[in-house]
Design a protein around this ligand. Structure first.
Ligand code: OSB
Ligand code: MG
Length: 371
Protein backbone atom coordinates (compact mmCIF):
# COMPACT_ATOMS: atom_id res chain seq x y z
CA UNK A 1 0.00 0.00 0.00
CA UNK A 2 1.10 3.57 -0.70
CA UNK A 3 0.12 6.10 1.95
CA UNK A 4 -1.38 9.13 0.21
CA UNK A 5 -2.26 11.29 3.17
CA UNK A 6 -1.85 11.38 6.95
CA UNK A 7 -4.07 13.42 9.25
CA UNK A 8 -2.98 14.16 12.83
CA UNK A 9 -5.78 15.20 15.13
CA UNK A 10 -5.32 16.52 18.64
CA UNK A 11 -8.24 15.65 20.89
CA UNK A 12 -9.32 16.77 24.32
CA UNK A 13 -11.81 14.53 26.11
CA UNK A 14 -13.20 14.99 29.63
CA UNK A 15 -13.25 11.98 31.94
CA UNK A 16 -16.45 11.12 33.77
CA UNK A 17 -14.43 11.31 37.00
CA UNK A 18 -10.90 12.39 38.03
CA UNK A 19 -8.31 9.60 37.85
CA UNK A 20 -5.59 9.60 40.51
CA UNK A 21 -2.33 7.64 40.48
CA UNK A 22 0.83 7.98 42.55
CA UNK A 23 2.14 10.43 39.92
CA UNK A 24 -0.86 12.66 39.07
CA UNK A 25 -4.56 13.42 39.32
CA UNK A 26 -6.19 14.15 35.95
CA UNK A 27 -9.65 15.24 34.90
CA UNK A 28 -9.29 15.21 31.14
CA UNK A 29 -7.21 13.65 28.43
CA UNK A 30 -5.31 15.13 25.52
CA UNK A 31 -4.30 12.61 22.90
CA UNK A 32 -3.53 12.30 19.19
CA UNK A 33 -5.43 10.34 16.58
CA UNK A 34 -3.73 9.37 13.33
CA UNK A 35 -5.62 8.77 10.09
CA UNK A 36 -3.65 7.07 7.30
CA UNK A 37 -5.27 7.17 3.82
CA UNK A 38 -4.72 4.78 0.94
CA UNK A 39 -6.91 3.88 -2.05
CA UNK A 40 -10.18 4.97 -0.50
CA UNK A 41 -9.53 3.33 2.91
CA UNK A 42 -8.57 4.96 6.23
CA UNK A 43 -6.53 3.34 9.01
CA UNK A 44 -6.78 4.72 12.56
CA UNK A 45 -4.10 4.84 15.23
CA UNK A 46 -4.06 6.39 18.70
CA UNK A 47 -1.10 8.05 20.37
CA UNK A 48 -1.62 7.28 24.07
CA UNK A 49 0.55 10.14 25.37
CA UNK A 50 -0.66 12.49 28.07
CA UNK A 51 -0.34 16.27 28.19
CA UNK A 52 2.33 15.91 30.91
CA UNK A 53 5.50 13.78 31.05
CA UNK A 54 4.62 12.06 34.36
CA UNK A 55 3.98 8.46 33.28
CA UNK A 56 6.59 8.51 30.52
CA UNK A 57 8.83 11.19 29.03
CA UNK A 58 6.57 11.63 26.00
CA UNK A 59 3.84 14.28 25.83
CA UNK A 60 1.30 15.42 23.25
CA UNK A 61 3.82 18.10 22.29
CA UNK A 62 6.84 15.83 21.84
CA UNK A 63 4.79 13.19 20.02
CA UNK A 64 3.37 15.78 17.58
CA UNK A 65 6.90 16.99 16.90
CA UNK A 66 8.31 13.50 16.27
CA UNK A 67 5.34 12.41 14.17
CA UNK A 68 5.27 15.53 12.01
CA UNK A 69 8.99 16.14 11.56
CA UNK A 70 10.30 12.57 11.38
CA UNK A 71 7.74 9.75 11.17
CA UNK A 72 5.37 11.10 8.51
CA UNK A 73 8.27 11.86 6.10
CA UNK A 74 9.60 8.31 6.64
CA UNK A 75 6.20 6.82 5.81
CA UNK A 76 5.95 9.03 2.71
CA UNK A 77 9.47 8.04 1.60
CA UNK A 78 8.29 4.45 1.09
CA UNK A 79 6.75 3.75 -2.25
CA UNK A 80 5.00 0.62 -1.05
CA UNK A 81 4.40 -0.85 2.39
CA UNK A 82 3.33 -4.47 2.14
CA UNK A 83 3.20 -5.13 5.90
CA UNK A 84 3.02 -2.63 8.82
CA UNK A 85 6.09 -4.16 10.52
CA UNK A 86 8.26 -2.88 7.62
CA UNK A 87 7.99 0.68 8.91
CA UNK A 88 9.64 -0.31 12.19
CA UNK A 89 12.98 -0.81 10.43
CA UNK A 90 12.83 2.80 9.27
CA UNK A 91 11.57 4.04 12.63
CA UNK A 92 14.33 2.23 14.57
CA UNK A 93 16.86 4.91 13.64
CA UNK A 94 14.86 7.27 15.84
CA UNK A 95 15.56 6.61 19.51
CA UNK A 96 12.57 5.74 21.71
CA UNK A 97 9.54 8.03 21.23
CA UNK A 98 7.61 4.76 21.29
CA UNK A 99 4.13 6.21 21.71
CA UNK A 100 4.62 8.45 18.68
CA UNK A 101 5.88 5.51 16.58
CA UNK A 102 3.10 3.26 17.80
CA UNK A 103 0.40 5.72 16.76
CA UNK A 104 1.54 5.64 13.12
CA UNK A 105 2.25 1.90 13.12
CA UNK A 106 -1.21 1.25 14.58
CA UNK A 107 -2.87 3.22 11.79
CA UNK A 108 -0.90 1.15 9.25
CA UNK A 109 -2.04 -2.09 10.94
CA UNK A 110 -5.68 -1.02 10.71
CA UNK A 111 -5.24 -0.01 7.08
CA UNK A 112 -3.44 -3.28 6.28
CA UNK A 113 -6.28 -5.35 7.79
CA UNK A 114 -8.92 -3.28 5.98
CA UNK A 115 -7.08 -3.77 2.66
CA UNK A 116 -7.04 -7.52 3.23
CA UNK A 117 -10.66 -7.37 4.36
CA UNK A 118 -9.82 -9.14 7.64
CA UNK A 119 -10.15 -8.09 11.28
CA UNK A 120 -7.19 -6.59 13.13
CA UNK A 121 -7.51 -9.64 15.39
CA UNK A 122 -6.96 -11.94 12.41
CA UNK A 123 -4.13 -9.72 11.17
CA UNK A 124 -2.21 -10.09 14.45
CA UNK A 125 -2.92 -13.83 14.64
CA UNK A 126 -5.37 -13.72 17.57
CA UNK A 127 -7.77 -16.56 18.19
CA UNK A 128 -10.10 -15.49 21.01
CA UNK A 129 -13.71 -14.45 20.32
CA UNK A 130 -13.98 -12.63 23.64
CA UNK A 131 -11.50 -11.17 26.10
CA UNK A 132 -11.56 -11.01 29.88
CA UNK A 133 -11.68 -7.56 31.43
CA UNK A 134 -10.40 -6.05 34.66
CA UNK A 135 -10.69 -2.56 36.08
CA UNK A 136 -8.11 -0.05 37.30
CA UNK A 137 -9.39 1.96 40.25
CA UNK A 138 -7.64 5.24 40.99
CA UNK A 139 -6.63 6.42 44.45
CA UNK A 140 -9.76 7.49 46.35
CA UNK A 141 -10.15 10.19 49.01
CA UNK A 142 -11.81 7.87 51.52
CA UNK A 143 -12.07 4.17 52.22
CA UNK A 144 -15.87 4.41 51.80
CA UNK A 145 -15.45 5.70 48.25
CA UNK A 146 -12.95 2.93 47.50
CA UNK A 147 -15.32 0.25 48.87
CA UNK A 148 -18.09 1.71 46.71
CA UNK A 149 -15.89 1.56 43.60
CA UNK A 150 -14.82 -2.02 44.29
CA UNK A 151 -18.41 -3.14 44.98
CA UNK A 152 -19.66 -1.43 41.82
CA UNK A 153 -16.87 -3.04 39.75
CA UNK A 154 -17.68 -6.50 41.13
CA UNK A 155 -21.40 -5.92 40.44
CA UNK A 156 -20.59 -4.99 36.84
CA UNK A 157 -18.67 -8.26 36.42
CA UNK A 158 -15.04 -7.09 36.18
CA UNK A 159 -12.71 -10.08 36.54
CA UNK A 160 -9.76 -8.32 38.16
CA UNK A 161 -9.63 -5.39 40.56
CA UNK A 162 -6.51 -3.28 40.31
CA UNK A 163 -6.04 -0.66 42.99
CA UNK A 164 -3.66 2.24 42.60
CA UNK A 165 -1.47 2.74 45.67
CA UNK A 166 1.04 5.32 46.90
CA UNK A 167 3.03 5.77 50.12
CA UNK A 168 0.56 6.32 52.95
CA UNK A 169 -2.28 4.77 50.97
CA UNK A 170 -1.10 1.21 50.51
CA UNK A 171 -1.09 -1.74 52.88
CA UNK A 172 -3.94 -0.56 55.11
CA UNK A 173 -6.34 0.05 52.26
CA UNK A 174 -5.31 -3.18 50.51
CA UNK A 175 -5.90 -5.08 53.75
CA UNK A 176 -9.24 -3.35 54.28
CA UNK A 177 -10.40 -4.32 50.77
CA UNK A 178 -9.17 -7.89 51.27
CA UNK A 179 -11.02 -8.16 54.56
CA UNK A 180 -14.25 -6.67 53.26
CA UNK A 181 -14.41 -8.46 49.90
CA UNK A 182 -12.66 -11.76 50.66
CA UNK A 183 -10.98 -13.80 47.98
CA UNK A 184 -11.50 -11.48 44.97
CA UNK A 185 -8.87 -11.26 42.17
CA UNK A 186 -7.00 -8.27 43.58
CA UNK A 187 -3.76 -6.53 42.62
CA UNK A 188 -1.98 -3.23 43.27
CA UNK A 189 -0.25 -0.74 40.95
CA UNK A 190 2.36 1.54 42.56
CA UNK A 191 3.49 3.40 39.42
CA UNK A 192 7.09 3.56 40.64
CA UNK A 193 6.34 5.22 43.99
CA UNK A 194 8.66 3.10 46.18
CA UNK A 195 12.32 2.21 46.72
CA UNK A 196 14.17 -0.78 48.19
CA UNK A 197 13.97 1.01 51.56
CA UNK A 198 10.32 -0.12 51.55
CA UNK A 199 11.20 -3.81 51.29
CA UNK A 200 9.57 -4.65 54.66
CA UNK A 201 6.29 -3.17 53.45
CA UNK A 202 6.30 -5.46 50.42
CA UNK A 203 7.14 -8.49 52.57
CA UNK A 204 4.13 -7.65 54.70
CA UNK A 205 1.96 -7.43 51.57
CA UNK A 206 2.76 -11.08 50.82
CA UNK A 207 0.13 -12.04 53.40
CA UNK A 208 -2.60 -10.38 51.28
CA UNK A 209 -2.37 -12.91 48.47
CA UNK A 210 -2.35 -10.27 45.72
CA UNK A 211 -2.31 -11.50 42.10
CA UNK A 212 0.67 -9.22 41.60
CA UNK A 213 2.17 -5.86 42.41
CA UNK A 214 2.72 -3.68 39.39
CA UNK A 215 5.83 -1.50 39.01
CA UNK A 216 6.72 -0.95 42.67
CA UNK A 217 10.17 0.62 42.03
CA UNK A 218 11.68 3.24 39.71
CA UNK A 219 10.27 3.69 36.19
CA UNK A 220 13.64 2.92 34.62
CA UNK A 221 14.76 0.10 36.91
CA UNK A 222 15.18 -3.59 36.20
CA UNK A 223 18.02 -4.48 38.62
CA UNK A 224 16.44 -3.48 41.94
CA UNK A 225 13.16 -5.13 40.99
CA UNK A 226 15.14 -8.41 40.83
CA UNK A 227 16.33 -7.85 44.42
CA UNK A 228 12.75 -7.17 45.52
CA UNK A 229 11.31 -10.13 43.61
CA UNK A 230 13.78 -12.46 45.35
CA UNK A 231 12.63 -11.14 48.74
CA UNK A 232 8.86 -11.54 48.26
CA UNK A 233 6.44 -14.22 47.05
CA UNK A 234 3.89 -11.87 45.42
CA UNK A 235 4.66 -11.75 41.69
CA UNK A 236 6.03 -8.44 40.44
CA UNK A 237 4.62 -7.20 37.12
CA UNK A 238 6.62 -4.61 35.18
CA UNK A 239 4.88 -1.75 33.38
CA UNK A 240 6.94 1.49 33.09
CA UNK A 241 10.30 -0.35 32.85
CA UNK A 242 9.40 -2.22 29.65
CA UNK A 243 9.97 -0.49 26.29
CA UNK A 244 11.05 -3.35 24.06
CA UNK A 245 11.56 -7.09 23.68
CA UNK A 246 15.11 -6.55 24.87
CA UNK A 247 13.90 -5.02 28.15
CA UNK A 248 11.65 -8.05 28.63
CA UNK A 249 14.52 -10.44 27.96
CA UNK A 250 16.69 -8.63 30.49
CA UNK A 251 13.94 -8.56 33.11
CA UNK A 252 13.18 -12.26 32.76
CA UNK A 253 16.89 -13.23 32.73
CA UNK A 254 17.47 -11.23 35.91
CA UNK A 255 14.31 -12.44 37.63
CA UNK A 256 12.95 -8.90 37.97
CA UNK A 257 9.33 -9.95 37.51
CA UNK A 258 7.02 -12.92 36.95
CA UNK A 259 4.41 -11.13 34.81
CA UNK A 260 4.61 -8.52 32.03
CA UNK A 261 2.11 -5.73 31.36
CA UNK A 262 2.16 -5.09 27.59
CA UNK A 263 1.09 -1.64 26.45
CA UNK A 264 1.23 -1.20 22.69
CA UNK A 265 2.20 2.48 22.94
CA UNK A 266 4.93 1.97 25.52
CA UNK A 267 6.68 -0.73 23.46
CA UNK A 268 6.46 1.15 20.16
CA UNK A 269 3.66 -0.69 18.41
CA UNK A 270 1.73 -3.85 17.69
CA UNK A 271 4.66 -5.67 16.03
CA UNK A 272 6.87 -5.29 19.13
CA UNK A 273 3.92 -6.21 21.37
CA UNK A 274 3.50 -9.49 19.44
CA UNK A 275 7.23 -10.26 19.73
CA UNK A 276 7.08 -9.69 23.50
CA UNK A 277 3.95 -11.84 23.75
CA UNK A 278 5.63 -14.70 21.86
CA UNK A 279 8.84 -14.52 23.89
CA UNK A 280 6.95 -14.51 27.20
CA UNK A 281 4.87 -17.48 26.05
CA UNK A 282 8.08 -19.40 25.38
CA UNK A 283 9.37 -18.51 28.85
CA UNK A 284 6.10 -19.30 30.64
CA UNK A 285 5.63 -15.69 31.69
CA UNK A 286 1.95 -14.66 31.53
CA UNK A 287 1.12 -11.27 30.03
CA UNK A 288 -1.83 -8.89 30.12
CA UNK A 289 -2.72 -5.74 28.22
CA UNK A 290 -2.43 -2.54 30.20
CA UNK A 291 -4.51 0.57 29.58
CA UNK A 292 -3.72 4.24 29.05
CA UNK A 293 -7.27 5.57 29.49
CA UNK A 294 -7.66 5.30 25.73
CA UNK A 295 -10.36 6.55 23.43
CA UNK A 296 -12.27 3.86 21.54
CA UNK A 297 -9.60 3.68 18.83
CA UNK A 298 -6.83 2.72 21.27
CA UNK A 299 -9.26 0.37 23.01
CA UNK A 300 -9.93 -1.42 19.70
CA UNK A 301 -6.19 -2.00 19.17
CA UNK A 302 -5.89 -3.35 22.74
CA UNK A 303 -8.80 -5.73 22.21
CA UNK A 304 -7.16 -7.15 19.07
CA UNK A 305 -3.82 -8.01 20.68
CA UNK A 306 -5.49 -9.39 23.82
CA UNK A 307 -6.90 -12.19 21.62
CA UNK A 308 -3.39 -13.71 21.48
CA UNK A 309 -3.03 -16.90 23.51
CA UNK A 310 -0.63 -15.83 26.25
CA UNK A 311 -2.79 -12.87 27.35
CA UNK A 312 -4.05 -15.07 30.19
CA UNK A 313 -4.67 -12.38 32.83
CA UNK A 314 -7.58 -9.91 32.51
CA UNK A 315 -6.41 -6.55 31.10
CA UNK A 316 -7.22 -2.91 31.87
CA UNK A 317 -9.24 -2.27 28.68
CA UNK A 318 -12.61 -1.54 30.28
CA UNK A 319 -15.76 -0.45 28.39
CA UNK A 320 -15.97 3.07 26.91
CA UNK A 321 -18.72 4.15 29.31
CA UNK A 322 -16.43 3.77 32.33
CA UNK A 323 -14.39 6.76 31.12
CA UNK A 324 -16.34 8.76 28.55
CA UNK A 325 -19.69 10.48 28.32
CA UNK A 326 -19.47 9.79 24.60
CA UNK A 327 -16.73 7.75 22.91
CA UNK A 328 -15.55 8.51 19.36
CA UNK A 329 -16.36 5.04 18.00
CA UNK A 330 -19.63 3.34 17.23
CA UNK A 331 -20.75 1.07 18.67
CA UNK A 332 -18.90 1.88 21.89
CA UNK A 333 -16.87 -0.84 23.63
CA UNK A 334 -19.21 -2.76 25.93
CA UNK A 335 -18.72 -5.60 28.41
CA UNK A 336 -21.10 -8.50 29.12
CA UNK A 337 -22.27 -9.53 32.60
CA UNK A 338 -19.45 -12.03 32.99
CA UNK A 339 -16.89 -9.29 32.36
CA UNK A 340 -15.97 -10.11 28.75
CA UNK A 341 -15.66 -7.87 25.71
CA UNK A 342 -16.76 -9.60 22.52
CA UNK A 343 -14.25 -9.15 19.73
CA UNK A 344 -15.73 -7.19 16.80
CA UNK A 345 -16.05 -8.92 13.44
CA UNK A 346 -15.82 -5.99 11.00
CA UNK A 347 -12.52 -5.55 9.08
CA UNK A 348 -9.69 -3.61 10.70
CA UNK A 349 -10.21 -2.24 14.22
CA UNK A 350 -13.81 -3.40 13.90
CA UNK A 351 -15.54 -0.21 14.99
CA UNK A 352 -16.77 2.74 12.93
CA UNK A 353 -15.68 6.26 13.79
CA UNK A 354 -18.45 8.49 15.14
CA UNK A 355 -17.44 11.44 12.96
CA UNK A 356 -19.67 13.91 14.79
CA UNK A 357 -18.33 12.88 18.19
CA UNK A 358 -14.77 13.01 16.84
CA UNK A 359 -15.19 16.54 15.45
CA UNK A 360 -16.59 17.71 18.79
CA UNK A 361 -13.45 16.76 20.71
CA UNK A 362 -10.91 17.73 18.02
CA UNK A 363 -8.97 20.85 19.09
CA UNK A 364 -6.36 20.81 16.31
CA UNK A 365 -6.00 19.11 12.95
CA UNK A 366 -3.01 18.86 10.60
CA UNK A 367 -3.01 17.27 7.15
CA UNK A 368 0.09 15.95 5.36
CA UNK A 369 -0.12 14.96 1.70
CA UNK A 370 2.33 12.61 -0.02
CA UNK A 371 3.14 14.42 -3.23
O1 OSB B 1 -0.03 2.41 35.22
O2 OSB B 1 -1.39 1.21 34.14
C1 OSB B 1 -1.00 2.33 34.51
C2 OSB B 1 -3.46 5.00 33.36
C3 OSB B 1 -2.59 5.96 32.89
C4 OSB B 1 -1.24 5.77 33.00
C5 OSB B 1 -0.75 4.59 33.57
C6 OSB B 1 -1.62 3.60 34.00
C7 OSB B 1 -3.00 3.83 33.93
C8 OSB B 1 -4.01 2.90 34.43
C9 OSB B 1 -5.39 3.00 33.87
O3 OSB B 1 -3.81 2.10 35.31
C10 OSB B 1 -5.71 1.87 32.97
C11 OSB B 1 -6.97 2.14 32.21
O4 OSB B 1 -8.05 2.04 32.80
O5 OSB B 1 -6.88 2.44 31.00
MG1 MG C 1 0.72 0.48 35.59
Amino acid sequence: MRIEKIVVRKLKMDYKFPFETSFARTTDRELLIIEAYSEGLVGYGECVVSADPYYSEETVGTASHIIEEFLVPLVFSKDQISHPDEINKDFSRIRRNNMAKSAIEGALWDLYAKKKNITLTEAVGGKRKKIEVGVSIGIQETLEELFEQVQDSLDKGFNKIKMKIKPGKDIEILRAVREKFGDIPLMADANSAYTLDDIELFKEMDSLNLMMIEQPLAHDDIIKHATLQKAITTPICLDESIHSLEDVQNAIELGSCKIINIKIGRVGGISEAIKIHDYCEEKNIPVWCGGMLESGIGRAHNIAITTLENFTIPGDTAPSSRYWHKDIITPEVVMDEEGYIHVPEQPGIGFDIDQEALEKVTIDIKTYTNS
